[in-house]
Design a protein around this ligand. Structure first.
Ligand SMILES: Cc1cc2nc3c(=O)[nH]c(=O)nc-3n(C[C@H](O)[C@H](O)[C@H](O)COP(=O)(O)OP(=O)(O)OC[C@H]3O[C@@H](n4cnc5c(N)ncnc54)[C@H](O)[C@@H]3O)c2cc1C
Length: 154
């Protein structure tokens, strides 16, 4: 796979909707970027005294839910609000930020990882069950949970 060229990609994905075939045709060999995906266990500390991690540095996730950048933006909002409320006590503000963000970011990282594992199933019976279960799962469930992000800082 690492040796794949745009021509190989055009063979595999050339039947996709526009503008995918056009983009593949227009891609020179040296423009392909290979990025490995690594599974990282969620860490349990984002705040370290006067230093805090946010975004991928705190909770890098597989891209199966498309939430990595979203969570980085959520972190930034919550962090700014925590700092605004306790600018004279930065260590406490960062602890507050950590406690407000840990549960949600862990949920996304773990759910995204599980979805990625399921997406790679090969057993025909398992994939048929998976596809049926996904079809029957109301999309409102996960959307509702994603929309339920807590950005308020009391
Ligand atoms: C295939 C794929 C698909 C994705 N799809 C989605 C999606 O649909 N929706 C979504 O929300 N997210 C998606 N993401 C995730 C998203 O790209 C990341 O979660 C997001 O970019 C994280 O932002 P960040 O600012 O934390 O880190 P980064 O974007 O990695 O930014 C960190 C920056 O720090 C710089 N840097 C590193 N070290 C140093 C240093 N020592 N000094 C100075 N600068 C340094 C880096 O060059 C980089 O610019 C996807 C990711 C992948 C890989």
């Amino acid at each position: 796979m690492r040796q794949a060229t745009p021509r190989d990609l055009a063979q595999w994905f050339g039947h996709f909707h526009a503008p995918v075939p056009t983009l593949l045709d227009a891609t020179p060999d040296n423009a392909l970027i290979w990025g490995d995906l690594h599974d990282l266990r969620p860490i349990t500390q984002y705040a370290f005294g006067h230093v805090a991690l946010l975004g991928d540095a705190a909770h890098a996730t597989t891209p199966n839910m498309g939430q990595g950048a979203c969570m980085a933006i959520e972190d930034a909002v919550v962090l700014a609000r925590c700092m605004a409320l306790a600018a004279d006590q930065p260590a406490q503000a960062l602890q507050r930020y950590q406690s407000l963000r840990m549960q949600r970011t862990h949920w996304v990282v773990n759910t995204s990882w599980r979805l990625g594992q399921m997406a790679h199933w090969r057993n025909p019976l398992a994939t048929a069950l998976r596809n049926t279960a996904i079809r029957l799962t109301p999309s409102d469930n996960i959307i509702h949970k994603l929309h339920g992000v807590q950005l308020e800082v009391a």
